[in-house]
Design a protein around this ligand. Structure first.
Ligand code: HEM
Length: 146
């Protein structure tokens, strides 16, 4: 179960071990410890099992494996994410990472419009047309209110 290598992160950062997925898999129950991979980092949640608001069963289901998808599917709060560092025991070996470090959720507000779509041009073209028509009538009869 030993960590394969120490992570070299500079003097200030704590040196946490690098684990292979096979190492994490050995910690898949309460007897051997409950480890879960989240975003390429390894967490030992053994002491958190009975405190988890979602219940210990869901954590035990993910024990020894990668719980990233389930963790994100639940939509854990910022408070939940702030709890993570205290259970961090290491990181996945770079060869086995999925590079899911980014936890930000990007929401697109374009409603599926593609660049170059004709609908992108509709509003400005119609606006210019309306302005030109109004200007035309104004020139024809400048004294009259629009
Ligand atoms: C160390 C890892 C984890 C921590 C620190 C954690 C923490 C929390 C916290 C604080 C909540 C309360 C709601 C919130 O603040 O978002 C919660 C709810 C929950 N968690 Fe986790 N969680 C972890 C891992 C997981 C995993 C791997 C699963 C897998 C399915 C999971 C499933 C759930 C569920 C189902 C709820 C209940 C959501 C609800 O009732 O709306 N959690 N967790």
């Amino acid at each position: 179960m030993a960590a394969c290598e120490e992570q070299q992160m500079g003097d200030a950062a704590p040196r946490l071990p690098l684990y292979r997925r096979a190492d994490v898999k050995l910690h898949n129950d309460t007897a051997s410890g409950t480890w879960i991979i989240l975003h390429d980092s390894v967490y030992d949640v053994s002491s958190f099992l009975d405190q988890h608001p979602g219940g210990e069963e869901v954590l035990l289901e993910q024990a020894g494996g990668d719980g990233t998808e389930s963790f994100e599917d639940v939509g854990h709060s910022r408070d939940a994410r702030e709890l993570l560092p205290q259970y961090l025991v290491g990181h996945l070996h770079p060869d086995e990472r999925k590079n899911t470090e980014t936890k930000d959720i990007f929401i697109t507000t374009t409603g599926g419009l593609k660049a170059g779509s004709w609908t992108n041009w509709l509003v400005p073209v119609v606006s210019i047309f309306v302005i030109l028509v109004m200007y035309h009538f104004y020139l024809a009869d400048p004294g009259k209110d629009l």
